[in-house]
Structures are given as C-alpha cells and as structure tokens.
Design a protein around this ligand. Structure first.
Ligand SMILES: NC(=O)c1ccc[n+]([C@@H]2O[C@H](COP(=O)([O-])OP(=O)(O)OC[C@H]3O[C@@H](n4cnc5c(N)ncnc54)[C@H](OP(=O)(O)O)[C@@H]3O)[C@@H](O)[C@H]2O)c1
Length: 263
C-alpha cells in the first residue's frame, strides 16, 4: 500500500543504491510512483535492466537511468555520479541503501572480512555522499536517507563487523545531519529489523542456527507483531523521510521492527 501523492517528488532526481536488491528495488519503484526521476544502481546488469523496464512500464512519464557500478571503487562512484547528473540533472534525493552482511563471532573474524564490510557499508557510503553533497549544497536542495539497521543501534550475536559498520553509518548520519541542515539539506537513517529479502532471510536463519530453533520460532519469539517487515514497508518510510512532509525530521534513526526493539 502507498499513501503518497503522485506528484510528491515531482521535479526531483533520486539516486537509489542497492537498487538490484529487495529494499532498493521497492524504493526506486515507489519514488518513481511519487513523480521523481530515478537513477538506479547495483552491480548486476540483468537486475537493473529488469527494474528499469518495470518502472518504465508502470510510470511511462518518469525518466529512469540505470548504471552498473561497484560502489567500493572510487572510479565507479565518480563515473556513476557524473553519468547520472548528465542524464537526469542534479541529484536532490539520495538513498544510500547498498550494503553487505557478513562477519561472524569476534574470535572467528578475519581482518579482510571486517574491512570488506566496513568498506562498503560505511566508507564507500560516506565517499559517495560527499560527491553528491557538493552539488546539493550549492543548490540548497537535498534529502538523504541512509539505510542502517537495528544492528546499528544494538549488538547482535555474530554481528561484530556488520553491527559496527551500521553503528558507524548512524554516527555519520547524526553528525552530517548537523552540518547539512545549515544548507537546508536533511539527513536521516532508517533502521529496519528483519526484512523479507535475501539478506533478511539469511539473518533470521543465522539467528535460528545459533539459538538451535526454527526460523519461525525466532520470528515468533523476537517480534511482537509476529512477522518480519516487508521491503515495501521500508520503502514507505524512506519515501516519507524524503518528502516535505518530513521537513523538520533531522538526524533521526527511524526503527521499523514490528516492536522487536521492545523485547
Ligand atoms: N534485509 C534485512 O533484514 C535488513 C535489515 C536491516 C538493514 N538492512 C539493510 O538494507 C540494505 C538493503 O538490503 P536488502 O535486504 O535489500 O539486501 P539485498 O537484497 O541483499 O540487497 C543488497 C544490495 O546491495 C548492493 N551491493 C552490495 N555490494 C555492492 C557493491 N560492492 N557495489 C554496489 N552495490 C552493492 C547489491 O547489489 P549488487 O549485488 O547488484 O551489486 C544489492 O542491490 C542494506 O544496507 C542492509 O544492510 C537489511
């Protein structure tokens, strides 16, 4: 379900990273439905092509620019931003959603794995944001949503690397929000619990393995609402934070967890 007006983001250019994944694809579709032109990115060409086609069919008046990039690479980040702005004009909405899961218990954690996760979830996100923020500042027009996690607010068993990267992303969100609001730019984060995507299903199964019970039992025991979140529900929250309806929401970390933070 979407509660948003068709023209809520008219005239905006939104860049959605991780658009080949569960949350990113739903977000790109919703922002297009709300009138934004969208740049979609990820590494998997065929998924990008499929999503671009889907948006074009559903929203023929919307411009979609699709660009495959590895966000861990400086050259790819620069080429992505240049190509997107050449195609659709200055980026005014940024959804930093690309992310990787991994790591493990601290005594098994290897440096390369720790750096892989931190590099994509934190460092590359900051560096991509820097490239886009320059123009947002000049134009005094921008809103940014970083897709963090409940793991950015509390620790999880086996989450030493992933949780650390998401805590870092939330620290970045809060600090940048203070700087950016001086230029009229809002920066916020969303913190989903388990979401029904490939990554989310892996997380539930990891917890189930650790607790030696079934995935269904984990969900029942840890989420008061009794179910995991849909990617669309995360997309709805991101979209809300990007609209003028959220004009005075600055530096927040919005939890979407079915109440699991209360347990
Ligand atoms: N699912 C959950 O339960 C959950 C909970 C809390 C937070 N989150 C966060 O939500 C975000 C989206 O996750 P999801 O559940 O939608 O997972 P997903 O379906 O696995 O999507 C992950 C996305 O990240 C992209 N990505 C990974 N490495 C990349 C790289 N080097 N360069 C460019 N893109 C890269 C992937 O694209 P390619 O593979 O095409 O490159 C994919 O589009 C992540 O930041 C995740 O940490 C998820």
């Amino acid at each position: 379900m979407s509660i948003f007006a068709k023209d809520a983001l008219k005239g905006k250019h939104a860049l959605v990273t991780g658009a080949t994944g569960g949350i990113g694809s739903e977000t790109a579709k919703l922002l297009a439905q709300m009138g934004a032109d969208v740049t979609i990115t990820g590494r998997r060409h065929e998924k990008l092509d499929k999503l671009a086609k889907e948006i074009n069919e559903a929203e023929p008046h919307i411009k979609v620019f699709s660009y495959a990039a590895d966000l861990g690479k400086e050259e790819d980040r620069e080429k992505l931003v240049n190509a997107a702005e050449e195609a659709l004009g200055p980026i005014s909405l940024l959804v930093n959603n690309a992310g990787v899961l991994g790591g493990g218990p601290v005594d098994e954690l290897e440096q390369a794995e720790m750096e892989r996760i931190m590099h994509l979830n934190y460092t590359s996100t900051v560096l991509l944001t820097q490239l886009i923020y320059k123009t947002m500042k000049q134009r005094k027009d921008g809103a940014i949503v970083n897709v963090a996690s409940l793991s950015g607010l509390r620790g999880t068993h086996g989450g030493t690397a992933y949780a650390a990267s998401k805590f870092a992303l939330i620290g970045f969100t809060h600090s940048m929000a203070l700087e950016a609001i001086d230029h009229g730019i809002r920066v916020n984060a969303v913190c989903p619990g388990f979401v029904d995507t490939e990554m989310g299903r892996t997380s539930v199964q990891n917890k189930a393995n650790h607790e030696q019970r079934s995935a269904a039992e984990v969900i029942k025991a840890s989420i008061p609402s009794g179910r995991i979140t849909t990617p669309k529900e995360v997309a709805n929250t991101i979209a809300f934070l990007l609209t003028d309806a959220a004009e005075n929401i600055v530096g927040e970390s919005v939890k979407i967890s079915g109440g699991s933070v209360l347990r």
